[in-house]
Design a protein around this ligand. Structure first.
Ligand code: TXA
Ligand code: MG
Length: 322
């Protein structure tokens, strides 16, 4: 059986498991991560196994400080500026991987680049104590909704892992924003997330280019595979009226027509605050899923700020299942 330990009592047990090449679910400011020693191939293989994740989908390496980051990735000036401004925090930088970084090749799925992030809170402390980077994807079965609470991790992965560190609900609630600075100075947004694109653009002084170079043929951030973040129910976007039997994912003060007949209702933010909405998105989808409704009707969410990432996750949840 999986053990759930509060963060203030979990540091030593988590270190012992990680040191032995085991995986541990840990809280970060974005979502829970399923962490393993990024330099240990067996530990990394266990992550892929526990998630049922395809091995061609690379992982993010999490670091505790800039020195550790510089030993792993090659920072161009723009990436360094973004790291200085947003780390620790919900931003992931894709950088050229140093040959002597010691990162196991399973982490990068053999790519010459590495995704790096410095998390806030328990994760950062854990990595500093371990003295090695942690590979950590979101702590959910591949293709399912990311977990934003220890209970959600245990419900999904409890049979396959030994320890979940409980740090309470994750404050941001969406995965990190992933960007990559190209040699020609293009700054690519590979995945919208916990830092709004506009905030990054303000620091970078340049507009973000959406999507990977070369479109579908290029290495995709597989969070970009269409049917990702899938609840059991199907999801109907931009709902302005309720249909019989639907559950309602509401946003803001005004309800879709006929909302009183909804099987269940979750409001992401009564006041229309996108930050609050982001933090509640995954737990709200899970709650509506538990209602047993065949369809979740989602009210429109504006595209500004964190709305871009919220709409990204919703449209993946709504995509046909492959
Ligand atoms: O907030 C987060 O980013 C969370 C927490 C746990 O840190 N982690 C997370 O990991 O969302 P994961 O594995 O669910 O998503 C990482 C994404 C994947 O879509 C993966 O394809 C992409 O990062 N990725 C990893 N390495 C990459 C690389 N070298 N180039 C492009 N994309 C990469
Ligand atoms: Mg994920």
């Amino acid at each position: 059986m999986v053990e759930i330990l509060p963060a203030d009592r979990a540091l030593a047990p988590a270190l012992a498991l990680l040191g032995a090449g085991e995986v541990v679910a840990i809280p970060t400011e974005t979502v829970y991560g399923l962490a393993g020693d990024a330099t240990n191939g067996e530990a990394v293989a266990r992550i892929f196994e526990a998630k049922g994740r395809p091995r061609f989908n690379p992982l993010i390496a999490h670091v505790s400080d800039m020195e550790m980051a510089e030993r792993i990735g090659v920072f161009d000036p723009l990436s360094r500026r973004l790291a200085e401004k947003f780390w620790p925090g919900p931003l992931t930088l894709v950088l050229p991987l140093r040959e002597d970084a010691g990162i196991h090749p399973l982490v990068t799925a053999g790519l010459a680049t590495i995704a790096l992030r410095m998390p806030r809170g328990f994760g950062g402390e854990l990595i500093a104590r371990l003295g090695r980077p942690l590979a950590a994807p979101s702590a959910n079965s591949s293709g399912r909704i990311s977990a934003t609470s220890a209970q959600a991790v245990a419900a999904d992965l409890g049979e396959r892992i030994r320890l979940v560190v409980d740090g309470g609900p994750t404050p941001v609630g969406l995965e990190s924003t992933i960007v990559k600075a190209e040699p020609d100075g293009t700054l690519r947004l590979l995945r919208p997330g916990g830092v709004a694109a506009s905030e990054i653009e303000a620091v970078a002084g340049t507009a973000l280019v959406r999507g990977a170079a070369g479109g579908q043929a290029a290495v995709q951030a597989p969070g970009m595979l269409a049917s990702h973040y899938a609840p059991n129910a199907s999801v109907r976007l931009g709902a302005t009226e309720l249909r019989p039997g639907e559950a309602l994912l509401a946003f803001g003060p005004r309800r879709a027509a006929g909302w009183r007949q909804a099987v269940a209702v979750e409001n992401l933010s009564e006041s229309g605050d996108l930050r609050e909405a982001a933090s509640r998105l995954f737990s709200a989808l899970q709650a509506l899923d538990r209602s047993g409704a065949a369809t979740i009707a989602a009210e429109p969410v504006p595209m500004e700020g964190l709305g871009e990432a919220i709409n990204d996750r919703l449209s993946r949840a709504a995509a046909p299942r492959g």
